[in-house]
Design a protein. Sequence first.
Length: 94
Amino acid sequence: MGIEKTKIGLPAVQRNLITGIDVGGTKIHITDTSSSSVQKFATTEYASLDAVLEKYFQQKKARPSRLVIGMAGPRDDETGKVKLTNLDWPIFDP
């Protein structure tokens, strides 16, 4: 079914899974191609976007082959890094 092997502890990449993420100041909405539902995560319960993604992918038991993220904040055109404007999280470095 298009699953790649990965490091111990990380879910495998599922080739046909695409995930969409909307990062706001108080919550994050995540959906993917395996379901029509949207999961919500409170930003106050996590230290970073990485922590939210780790939780979500552990719940899914898979990581996507592609990921789309919408974030409110300035993006550095050279590095791609994003500093969220309404959330005191580390700079997102794709």
